[in-house]
Design a protein around this ligand. Structure first.
Ligand code: PLP
Length: 384
């Protein structure tokens, strides 16, 4: 089996698994406790925060540990909305955000907030002219992702930051960085980001851990009340083992990013060349997309049929994003890019990770060509 679903989740580094087990065994004490064991756990957690901060070139007190990016995105968007509602009740986002951003915005709309959903072009890149027009005096927050989880489209965040801050210096910029970190370069200062969410299981870290960067001076209304953990931003006993293991994954991912990018770019090139030669396949990712996500459609075929046919031949791929792959609706992301219903309903995502080598691409293309050939009569029989 070759696993091509790293955008859904990644296998943890060996060191991450070992660290997690070791800290759970030896440092199970509550880091808020006053005794020696508690102090030792608190020290480990402090160090983990420093390592995570260093991986993002920010300060340790700007890092909040979360359970993942769904929580981080909710904390950032609803927390900013509730904290700064006296500034206005307007949010700007795009039509291609992950459900953990999109649904937050939809929920805020039911509470009287106005949300502008920016259009994207055919390659899935946000319309900067529309952004310029959208940001107003009462815009509290702009939330735009770094790399799209379905197509790999990379958003021009330096331009986004420049436009947002020029139009309204008080408007906060939130970036859902989940699919970018460890794969493509990240620059929170270059983007002028105020808030940035990550999920550890997308960069070979542990499941159930994440980071929310909150720029110094920015306040968020805490969504989880209770004790004063995480500087009052997130109450609840901390997951020290998870934080230490995540910090290892974060350091390794940052260090490995340039090499991984170069290798994935070569593999992606072979995959793109191969996909273009297979009759019936339509590429949805562009040359400018991040190298680890390739998305294509096979119009006329239900994507789950393709997923299972590939699985039979040892290749594990996915349809759209993991959290919506069981829904049979067409992809909201592809529709926003102007694709028709057929293409938006038949998408397949291949996502690369640190284990892949050049030879894997040739094997996948060979299998894909065979599967498409076998399935073509099915499409023709069904009259598509
Ligand atoms: N944002 C993006 C772009 C994602 O791809 C995902 C997960 O697929 C999330 C947010 C949610 O992350 P988590 O699984 O940590 O809740």
């Amino acid at each position: 089996m070759i696993y091509w679903d790293h955008a859904a989740t990644t296998p943890p580094f060996d060191d991450v698994v070992d660290t997690m087990a070791e800290v759970m065994k030896l440092h199970y004490a509550n880091p808020s406790a006053l005794h020696r064991s508690g102090e030792a756990a608190a020290k480990l957690q402090k160090r983990a925060r420093e390592v995570c901060a260093a991986a993002l070139d920010v300060q340790p007190d700007e890092i909040i540990f979360t359970s993942g990016a769904t929580e981080g995105n909710n904390m950032a968007i609803k927390g900013a909305a509730m904290q700064y509602s006296s500034r206005g009740k307007h949010i700007v986002t795009t039509g291609i955000e992950h459900p953990s951003v999109y649904e937050c915005c939809r929920q805020l709309e039911t509470l009287g907030w106005e949300v502008t959903y920016l259009p994207v072009d055919a390659e899935g890149v946000v319309d900067l002219a529309a952004l310029t027009e959208a940001v107003r005096k009462d815009t509290v927050l702009v939330s735009i992702m770094h790399v799209n989880n379905e197509t790999g489209a990379v958003q021009p965040l330096a331009d986004v930051g420049r436009i947002v801050k020029k139009r309204n210096p008080r408007t906060l910029l939130h970036v859902d960085g989940v699919q970018g970190f460890g794969k493509v370069p990240v620059s929170l200062s270059g983007w002028q980001a105020d808030l940035y969410s990550l999920s550890a299981h997308k960069f070979n870290g542990p499941r159930g851990m994440g980071v929310l960067y909150i720029r110094q001076g920015v306040q968020l209304f805490p969504l989880i009340s209770g004790g004063s953990q995480e500087s009052g931003h997130r109450a609840g006993t901390e997951n020290v083992a998870g934080a230490v293991a995540m910090s290892k994954a974060m350091r390794l991912s940052r260090e490995n990013q340039p090499e991984l990018y170069a290798r994935m770019t070569e593999i992606r090139e072979l995959l793109l060349q191969g996909i273009r030669k297979i009759p019936g396949l339509v590429l949805n990712s562009s040359e400018q997309s991040a190298p680890h996500i390739i998305h294509f459609s096979y119009p006329g075929l239900k994507p789950e049929v393709m997923v299972h046919a590939l699985e039979e031949m040892g290749m594990l791929v996915s349809t759209k994003s993991a959290c919506s792959s069981k829904l049979s609706e067409p992809s909201r992301v592809l529709l926003a890019m102007g694709k028709d219903m057929e293409a938006a309903s038949s998408g397949i995502r291949i996502s690369l990770g640190k284990e892949h080598q050049l030879g894997d691409a040739a094997r996948l293309i060979e299998v894909l060509a065979k599967v498409c050939g076998n399935l073509r009569p099915v499409i023709e029989r069904e009259g598509n």
